[in-house]
Ligand binder design. Structure first.
Ligand SMILES: *Cc1c(COP(=O)(O)O)cnc(C)c1O
Length: 363
């Protein structure tokens, strides 16, 4: 059976590494089923490690996590817009992100009907262009906090749009805008609560951005795109079992498209995993500016010369995948190692890409 193995020791190692480096509380971002790791399981693990505030992106995730961890606080990062959503937020006791005056009024009304105060974090749009009060609307946020008595401001945040290690200026511009928004609240005598801006990359790269807390997803998986000195460890390993070991003669094709042909007799292992499980799928190249096309081309060019092939591990030894990856099958060259049907084959796998039907196991 194919299983996604989640190495909890590595996950906790990554949490500690970020906590130590940041020196402020870490808010784990468990959106997308905790980046594919399993949100409830990971939430419980991190709760036991002392975490009390979590963040997610969708209301159903927030409800699920709040129900599983009644002692924790769950911050819903994305805004809501309908009355039904506001009711769900109030009913589940989730902390809402408020990014407009109208949504503040809506939530306040529902909270008043239910005779509760709803905890909120104000969300400012300092450059991502998705949601939040614009910096010039910070005064409106202050008004909302002042006059709407059934919402309680416990925090303020914004999200960085270009924090990949190359655009320092842009990152600090967003910090400056965000700082102004927070100051506007303070000037109106609204206590901003917990202020947070940094995602994983920013938490690792820029100490000045750590503020009151950092919101971290990919660093917990040990899969960040920027160079850093933290002892992060990659979480996520897809395991399957060899279903057959066989010899192929020389000059025999393997896989669709005849992209691989044996030069001499080759011993191969057939493994029942593939695209259907999310193995070796990639995110699509999703920008269409000419310079990005050039950049992608350059990356592919370099990869070709590095002979960036796909590998797996059998009995602790590396073995290359030969031929194209199929929907449910890959073939591995095992000429150089001892193995037989039933042996475990392990692939490094980013959990976010692994099909949610694949069983998760926590070790
Ligand atoms: C996803 C997300 C994060 C975490 O991003 P990472 O780069 O994975 O650490 C932080 N804040 C918001 C608002 C997010 O949507």
């Amino acid at each position: 059976m194919t299983t996604l193995v989640v190495q909890t020791d590595k996950l906790l190692n990554n949490l500690r590494a970020v906590q130590t480096a940041a020196g402020v509380p870490v808010i784990p971002v468990l959106k997308g089923n905790a980046y594919g790791l399993g949100d409830v399981a990971v939430g419980k693990l991190l709760f036991d490690a002392g975490v009390r505030l979590f963040a997610v992106s969708r209301i159903e995730e927030a409800e699920r996590l709040a129900a599983a961890l009644p002692q924790a606080e769950v911050l819903l990062l994305s805004p809501y817009s309908t009355e039904a959503e506001a009711r769900r937020i109030v009913a589940s006791g989730v902390t809402a992100a408020v990014g407009s005056y109208d949504s503040a009024v809506l939530l306040n009304g529902i909270a008043e009907q239910c005779k509760v105060r709803c905890r909120v974090h104000f969300l400012f749009d300092t450059g991502m262009g998705r949601f939040g009060f614009l910096p010039e609307e910070a005064e409106k946020a202050a008004q909302a906090a002042k006059y709407l008595k059934n919402i309680e401001v416990c925090g303020c945040f914004s999200h960085l749009s270009n924090c990949f290690g190359r655009d320092r200026k842009g990152v600090f511009h967003q910090l400056a805008l965000f700082t102004k928004c927070v100051e506007t609240l303070r000037r109106a005598e609204i206590e901003p609560g917990l202020v947070h801006l940094a995602n994983s990359n920013a938490a690792l790269l820029y100490p000045q951005l750590r503020l009151g807390a950092v919101r971290v997803g990919s660093a917990l998986l040990g899969r960040v795109g920027v160079k850093n000195r933290l002892p992060l460890k990659k979480v996520g390993r897809l395991e399957s079992e060899i279903c057959e070991v066989r010899w192929l003669p020389a000059k025999h094709n393997i896989g669709y498209g005849n992209t691989f042909r044996t030069r001499k007799p080759m011993r191969v292992a057939v493994v029942p995993v593939g695209y259907a499980d999310g193995l070796f799928v990639e995110r699509k190249k999703d920008t269409f500016r000419f310079r990005d096309t050039l950049r992608y081309g350059w990356q592919d060019f370099k990869r070709f010369f590095r002979k960036d092939r796909l590998f797996c591990e059998i009995g602790g030894k590396r073995a290359p995948v030969v031929g194209r990856v199929g929907m449910c099958t890959v073939v591995v060259d095992v000429s150089h190692l001892e193995c037989s049907a039933g042996d475990i084959v392990a692939f490094d796998a980013n959990p976010i890409l692994i099909n949610s039907n694949v069983q998760r196991s926590y070790i």
